[in-house]
Write a protein that binds this ligand. Structure first.
Ligand code: SAM
Length: 274
């Protein structure tokens, strides 16, 4: 007998229908127009990266003059985390699992759609972004590359005992991923662990989370999420991060996406050690 899956049933990452993730519906729902919540988050992230990179121009992390490697984990249909890293990167990996998102991202690497102009404008005047000016589209085409894969495998050791891609990236972002790919809090922490494992010591990062999410619909499919709050996010990141700056956005404007109670933004620097 077949029982339809309940919205509240536990769903692990491997059980969710990523092969049916409808990219067109997701982008139309979230990113065809710039929503106030995204404008606020992007402005905070842009300000953070810009300040960090201008302060640290003397060391080997992002901002030191020579271009660095960046990663956006679980990029999906969202280019703005990658845009926020663009001025300092010689290569940005858009890491993603779902086939339709991979196809969309590959197309964007050839020619960025016009809806992303409004997002770039938010970054416009800050140091770093200002210097790129109208050349941002060409730069994005030159540096962004898509890698299809499963983020849970990135932190695993290969047969020689080395972690794949460990410490490879000097700047990174992960937006609405760790809490939005499984109902399991264990997988939430593992996703944070994987993201942190690929960042080099001193790498600045930005990560955004839906607060209190019960899952979300894309097209005809339901996708799992786990219910996290600021305390849980901070606890998950703290062992890996220094100079952690947390922000919570919960105004009515930020609740345009149903099924959650707010958004949490964390910016910080990858500490060495763990
Ligand atoms: C809620 S969406 C967020 C997408 C995008 N970062 C954004 O800000 O809109 C979650 C993304 O994580 C991707 N994803 C799910 N499981 C993954 C995995 N194991 N490895 C890599 N990406 C995964 C999904 O395909 C989807 O694009």
């Amino acid at each position: 007998m077949h029982f339809p899956a309940s919205v509240d049933a536990p769903v692990r990452n491997d059980q969710a229908p990523w092969n049916k993730f409808n990219n067109k519906a997701y982008v139309a729902q979230n990113y065809l127009d710039l929503l106030p919540a995204d404008a606020e988050i992007l402005s905070k992230v842009g300000g953070y990266f810009s300040r960090h990179c201008s302060r640290h121009s003397e060391n080997r992390s992002a901002g030191a003059g020579s271009p660095v490697l960046g990663i956006d984990m679980g990029a999906g249909g969202n280019l703005y985390p990658a845009l926020a890293m663009l001025p300092w990167c010689g290569r940005i990996t858009l890491f993603e699992r779902a086939p339709e998102n991979v196809e969309y991202l590959r197309k964007q690497c050839g020619q960025v759609d016009e809806n992303w102009d409004a997002f770039w404008k938010v970054l416009g005047d800050e140091e770093g972004y200002r210097d790129l000016g109208s050349k941002w589209r060409v730069k994005f085409r030159d540096v962004a590359r898509v890698k299809q894969g499963n983020l849970f495998k990135m932190g695993r050791r290969n047969w020689l005992g080395f972690r794949r891609a460990a410490g490879k990236y000097q700047i990174g972002t992960m937006f609405f991923v760790a809490e939005s790919i499984s109902t399991s809090l264990v997988e939430f922490q593992q996703a944070v662990d994987s993201f942190m494992s690929v960042l080099a010591p001193d790498a600045p990062f930005a990560a955004a989370f839906m607060e209190g999410s019960r899952g979300y619909d894309v097209g005809d499919e339901h996708f799992p999420a786990c219910d996290v709050d600021q305390e849980r996010v901070e606890k998950a990141l703290a062992p890996y991060a220094r100079e952690l700056e947390m922000a919570r956005l919960s105004d009515a404007d930020h609740l345009v996406r149903p099924g959650h109670t707010g958004m949490i933004l964390a910016c910080g620097v990858r500490r060495s050690g763990k």
